[in-house]
Design a protein. Structure first.
Length: 297
């Protein structure tokens, strides 16, 4: 599994870094509202640091690949015949029902995030095309209004896992001062776009699958080898960390939409950690069930 994951992750990671470097090169030559975009890149600190953002983008990519592999494994385990698979047996012991419906739910959860994220990207693309068409009709002395497009550029870059350039677009879309109603509208449009982007990325994909991965990890922890457990644990930590960071960022924006969305994300994503600790806490020969208790099976 580790070899398959690396074979899938490595080409995508190389391609991602290539496009991050290429878009970054264009951004370093761009000046917006009298401020070079390279200043936004160099002034980032802590989690906003450009290199840290690149590492987080690679972590997100790794999490995406391993979660897709996990979905395939769960669907296979859920449709095993009675007595053939350990997961199916333990699931039935824990819940009293067969895991077939669980496998169907997993298949749906595999498709829904891709549909939602693609729809969100197409929404930003349509907004961008409409704004660019409107700019072409403006006079030579009028402002192009490019500030209206930056948040959509950021949303599309985020969809493509180009997190550092996306963050630069989002920061550049923030007005320097709130001088009039247009600036207020601009800041609200930016925060709304970021909230939609974050929620569509996390809730149907990372959060739900984090719950399912934690349940799977806890139920088969005692039977998997060390390498498999470490691989799953790293994927869980990577997914949990990126999700918590996104939730805290939404809370800090301090709008009602972003605040409540961030709190909801942080609360929901905290519960699956119980399954991870429960797997380590159960005695040898027992597993941590869906009902959060150690059982022998």
């Amino acid at each position: 599994k580790l070899v398959i994951a690396l074979c899938l992750v490595t080409p995508g990671a190389v391609w991602m870094i290539f496009w991050i470097a290429r878009i970054t090169g264009v951004q370093t030559l761009t000046v917006f509202e009298g401020v070079p975009l390279v200043r936004f890149m160099s002034n980032g600190c802590s989690l906003s640091n450009y290199r840290v953002q690149t590492l987080l983008a690679l972590s997100d990519w790794y999490g995406q690949i391993t979660r897709r592999m996990f979905v395939g494994e769960m669907i296979r385990c859920s449709f095993e015949e009675e007595g053939e698979g350990l997961f199916a047996y333990r699931f039935e012991v824990s819940t009293g029902s067969t895991p077939v419906a669980f496998g169907v739910a997993m298949l749906i959860l595999f498709l829904i995030p891709m549909v939602m994220q693609t729809a969100r990207m197409l929404r930003s693309r349509c907004n961008l095309q409409g704004k660019l068409a409107e700019m072409k009709q403006r006079g030579e002395e009028e402002s192009m209004g490019i500030f209206l497009c930056l948040d959509d550029y950021g949303a599309m870059a985020d969809w493509a896992f180009l997190r550092p350039p996306a963050e630069t677009f989002f920061v550049a879309a923030t007005p320097l001062v709130l001088a009039d109603e247009n600036d207020a509208t601009r800041i609200w449009d930016l925060f709304r776009t970021r909230a939609y982007t974050t929620v569509s990325n996390l809730i149907p994909d990372a959060i739900v699958q984090l719950w399912l991965m934690s349940i799977y990890f806890s139920m088969l922890f005692d039977r998997n080898d060390i390498l498999s457990n470490l691989m799953m644990a790293f994927s869980l930590v990577a997914t949990w960390a990126s999700t918590i960071i996104a939730g805290v960022s939404l809370i800090k924006e301090n709008f009602r939409l972003t605040f409540y969305s961030g709190v909801l994300i942080c609360v929901i994503v905290s519960v699956p950690i119980i399954y991870v600790f429960g797997a380590f806490a159960c005695p040898q020969g027992q597993f941590f069930s869906i009902r959060m208790q150690c059982l022998s099976a």
